[in-house]
Ligand binder design. Structure first.
Ligand SMILES: CC(C)(COP(=O)(O)OP(=O)(O)OC[C@H]1O[C@@H](n2cnc3c(N)ncnc32)[C@H](O)[C@@H]1OP(=O)(O)O)[C@@H](O)C(=O)NCCC(=O)NCCS
Length: 275
């Protein structure tokens, strides 16, 4: 049986461990050899070792499978891209035996699909994307790469979801909707309008509470912002040409939509993807 490591020993990693054991009962496939987690080196339940990332790579001498047990979409993408460079590492798609998947759907490498999901016709589940228990992806819908869909989410037909989108537990997405990359759908949201990139939306009907922006030039910007680097919340309420966080000088800011955004005449801030 091929050796398999689970990256992350938190709640999701341990749930994936259970999922793999269920698959092994039906089709013995993997020897679950260890977890990888820099913060929790030692042993997990059942005497399974928890290695650091460096130790894992240091000990690697034969082909192994790795499953990413991480819901944070950016960390997931970063780890996937780093480990993908190593030709001994593969990312199997892991699907619970109870899942119903149409023969016309595409499940990409590293995808994790938990029990009682339903993946309908002509759908796509992206690289390392997670569909948690009881979620549905209806006909002709696309879930982009590195996404995380929490339990009991209903994604209707013809929905297009960009990369690195996080969808909170028990949300529903109306048919035909597009959700831009790097957006977050809060738990219990009902999404009835397209969601642009880099937005956080919540509620029924879902409304924006946050937009990430990069202030690019010398613009006059007023409103309430939170720094994406250090977390400081601050107000720009004058016509100062301030573009950076007053604490750490970062230009990666999140505009807090609850406050009225006023734009100076030369406003040209744009949404961005955090590296
Ligand atoms: C949307 C979310 C990411 C926002 O987190 P955050 O950026 O830390 O935002 P805050 O908690 O500061 O909330 C900001 C405002 O939005 C409201 N809000 C947050 N999440 C909300 C939600 N899901 N529905 C309705 N309102 C919500 C808060 O009450 C707050 O309102 P206020 O400013 O009037 O007090 C988070 O609340 C969420 O829903 N995460 C998903 C949880 C989940 O599904 N976990 C998986 C479990 S398996």
């Amino acid at each position: 049986m091929k050796k398999l490591y689970i990256y992350g020993v938190g709640g999701l990693g341990r749930e994936i461990h259970e999922l793999l054991k269920t698959i092994n009962v039906i089709h013995p496939k993997w020897s679950i050899t260890g977890f990888i987690d820099d913060d929790k080196i030692g042993y997990a339940g059942e005497g399974i070792p928890v290695l650091s990332g460096a130790d894992f790579l240091g000990e690697l001498k034969e082909p192994v499978d790795v499953v990413l047990g991480i819901a944070n979409t950016r960390i997931k993408e970063k780890l996937y891209k780093e480990l993908k460079n190593n030709e001994l590492i593969s990312f199997p798609a892991v699907v619970h035996p109870s899942v119903i998947i149409s023969g016309s759907s595409i499940i990409s490498e590293g995808a994790v699909i938990f029990y009682s999901c339903f993946i309908s016709v002509n759908t796509y589940v992206g690289t390392t994307s997670l569909m948690s228990a009881g979620s549905q992806l209806a006909h002709d819908s696309k879930l982009g790469d590195f996404c995380s869909v929490m339990p009991s989410v209903n994604i209707s037909g013809n929905v297009k979801i960009g990369e690195r989108v996080f969808i909170g537990v028990q949300s529903s997405i109306r048919q035909g909707i597009c959700i831009g990359k790097d957006s977050v759908i809060g738990m219990g949201s009902v999404v009835v309008k397209d969601v642009p990139e880099n937005c956080t939306v919540v509620g029924n009907p879902a409304k924006e509470i946050r937009i990430k922006i990069l202030i690019t030039r010398r613009e006059i910007v007023m409103g309430k912002f939170r720094c994406l680097e250090c977390g400081l919340e601050f107000e720009l309420d004058t016509n100062e040409k301030t573009k950076n966080c007053p604490e750490c000088r970062s230009r990666y800011l999140e505009y807090l939509v609850g406050e009225p955004l006023k734009r100076g005449k030369s406003w040209s801030a744009k949404t961005f993807s955090v590296k």
